[in-house]
Unconditional design. Sequence first.
Length: 212
Amino acid sequence: MPEDPLEGERVYSLIDAAEDAWNTPESVQAWQAALAECTLVTSRFNRSAEAHYLRGLCLYQLSTEEFTLQAEALSELTTSLELDPSHQFALFHAIAIRYARGEHAQVLDLSTRISRDYFVERDIYWRHLVVSEYSTCSLFHLDRLDEFRARLPELIDGFVRFEDSLDEILERPHRLIKIYHELRTSGDPLSDYLEGQLARLIPGGWLSRDEL
């Protein structure tokens, strides 16, 4: 990834403050402050992939409160990736938005550009694991069921490896759990296979027996 032209810019401290305020009453205000600064930064560094990523990140975080911001967030992340196709954090958040929008072919395409080593080297492997969940679940939604079944054991293995450090990953595999409940409700026999895989997560605390 190219050298960061924004090094030393105030925007990073504002984003750090917003992340520190996560799940508090001050969270929205903190992200709004970061967004305002990012808007100024993108006007100064319009050809910076990092600047567009940071603005996209702020919009993405705020879109949980105001859904209409999601499209603008994706636009900024797309611009970032046009400027730097290998920007790993822009890829990560673009994948999350594409999945939420049901754009599963795009999820798979973006996932091929994710570098496992990038996240491992920064001790945030969980992000690669979450991308694996997005892409595996996208296979299901695209009716590529043989590939979905084949990918499941490896995906579950990844979550099992985090059993002793649940606080280091931001979320459990709720997309996979949602698919399981949809399959079980419809009586699809694939639910039995998926249940067997998800049951491997019970001892490590990822989910309870009552959820299956």
